[in-house]
Write a new protein. Structure first.
Length: 180
């Protein structure tokens, strides 16, 4: 069940990253062609490009939680015994989970506010809440990812690498930073 759920999350993350990066590439290419060949442009392309690339980057940040690519201090867990390492693991994953959950609720509240006041994006000419939705979406996914890592941490609480233990637990393979 956990493996299937992780697989669905990976597929969603992959699709969003690929589609958004390709959309950004298409917008950038179109903007360059319009600017240098026709001496014109579309006013919203620049903002659309930035929005698409930020969304893609943040979906990549969610994937980085799963794959253990976020920076962390691992000197201390290497120096302490297994019992202290258990406490450190649960504190670090718990703090990351709590922070992402807090940001999720804060961002959802702000998105509701943006929607309520009908704020418009100055260049995209759409409701400002739509580009902003990446924050609650991304933090919800990060909360889920940290929750999954915390869940599997109960099976090997003194591990040096909780994210690696998570991937081992679900049977995921990672090769050179790219999933097979």
């Amino acid at each position: 069940m956990l493996k299937k759920f992780d697989g669905v999350l990976c597929v969603i993350e992959n699709w969003f990253m690929v589609v958004l990066l390709l959309a950004g590439l298409a917008m950038a290419t179109l903007q360059v062609i319009l600017r240098y060949l026709f001496n014109t442009g579309i006013h919203w392309l620049e903002s659309g490009l930035v929005t698409a690339l930020i969304w893609a980057m943040l979906f990549g940040a969610v994937r980085a939680v799963r794959d253990g690519f976020h920076p962390r201090v691992d000197l201390l867990p290497n120096l302490v015994g297994p019992k202290v390492r258990v406490v450190l693991n649960f504190m670090s994953i718990g703090a990351a989970f709590a922070l992402s959950l807090y940001v999720f609720f804060d961002a959802a509240f702000y998105a509701k506010f943006l929607n309520m006041i009908n704020a418009l994006h100055p260049e995209l000419e759409i409701k400002m809440v739509y580009p902003f939705l990446i924050i609650p979406i991304m933090t919800a996914l990060m909360t889920v990812r940290y929750g999954l890592i915390a869940y599997t941490l109960f099976y090997n609480p003194s591990t040096l690498w909780p994210d690696q233990h998570y991937r081992d637990y679900i049977g995921a393979k990672l090769q050179k930073g790219i999933e097979e």
